[in-house]
Design a protein around this ligand. Structure first.
Ligand SMILES: [Zn+2]
Length: 308
């Protein structure tokens, strides 16, 4: 079996103002780093409007469409901008994760990585924030549950920021387990252990600023992996943010590139044990271009090893 890579050139048409960390160059660096790898490459379709409406209300979608600028930028939140190409990019990003789920569920790929932007895990039901427009990981989970008929799907979010959007979108979804680790304190400020979902279906794991491999491994081996084993997901979705990297300018965890390889390999082993290796990973943050490219490559190389 192969690892699928799903992306689309439209994701490079979501442009942010000069100096904004969530920039076009992020995806360019990643695609360049993944170029030599043996991947089954797919072009992301546009998600259907009905897919987006599975997680966001119609008023939210029409509000975004109204906010879309004809040129330049529209600021829709303190740090979230739209350019003329942002809506299409967001529909491709959502389409990429849907395609990734379809490929993995059909057995056409062992696992899959969606190299997309804008990212998704901060987008709440009715609120675009933190560079995110649509909740891609939550959408992938809902699609796997509702369209593919799965009973249990897990989302694992190792982005350095709390996946508040994914938490909000799946808060009352008993068929989804959300496991999210984040530096705390850090924007957006949520992600305390007592935020545990309407059905005890959210596991928040705060990590102290300055902490690194030992604390991360202890948290995942001690809390995340046992919880995943107990839940027995039929698919694992990864919100793959690489901003816990020690070189990242937006946060202060000290993960190395090798730590991203470790966590990916461990999640692949768990997926092998629990759900025939099924993993769908989607890009979230990561803002040092070189660290982002290296960590993403390490992540995807582990996916490839696990699928082959
Ligand atoms: Zn982040």
């Amino acid at each position: 079996m192969t690892t699928a890579l799903i992306t689309h050139a439209d994701c490079l048409q979501h442009v942010t103002p000069e100096g904004h960390p969530e920039q076009v160059a992020r995806l360019e660096h990643i695609l360049h780093a993944l170029e030599p790898l043996d991947l089954a490459r797919y072009t992301a379709p546009l998600a259907a409007e009905d897919d987006i409406l599975r997680i966001h209300p119609a008023g939210y979608l029409s509000g975004l469409r109204k906010a879309r600028p004809q040129e330049g930028f529209a600021q829709i939140d303190g740090d979230t901008y739209m350019s003329p190409g942002s809506i299409d990019a967001a529909f491709r990003a959502a389409g990429a994760v849907l395609k990734a789920v379809d490929l993995v569920m059909a057995g056409d790929a062992g696992n899959a990585f969606a190299a997309i932007r804008p990212p998704g895990h901060h987008a709440e039901t009715e609120t675009a924030m933190g560079f995110c427009l649509f909740g891609n990981a939550a959408l992938a989970a809902k699609h796997a549950l509702d369209h593919h008929g799965l009973s249990r799907v897990a989302v694992v979010d190792f982005d350095v920021h709390h996946g508040n959007g994914t938490q909000d979108l799946l808060w009352a979804e008993p068929r989804a387990l959300v496991v999210t680790s984040q530096q705390m304190p850090l924007w957006p400020g949520t992600g305390r252990p007592e935020e545990d979902g309407a059905h005890d279906n959210i596991l928040n794991i705060p990590l102290a600023p300055g902490s690194g491999r030992a604390e991360m491994q202890a948290a995942y081996e001690g809390q995340a992996f046992p919880r995943l084993r107990a839940f027995k997901p039929e698919l694992i979705i990864i919100s793959a943010g690489f901003d816990a990297h020690q070189d990242d300018p937006l946060a202060s965890l000290n993960w190395s590139t090798g730590d991203f390889a470790w966590i990916t390999a461990e999640l692949c082993k768990l997926a092998q044990e629990l759900c025939q290796g099924r993993i769908v990973s989607t890009l979230e943050g990561g803002y040092d271009l070189n660290a982002l490219a290296a960590a993403t490559r390490a992540h995807v190389e582990e996916l490839i090893k696990a699928a082959s």
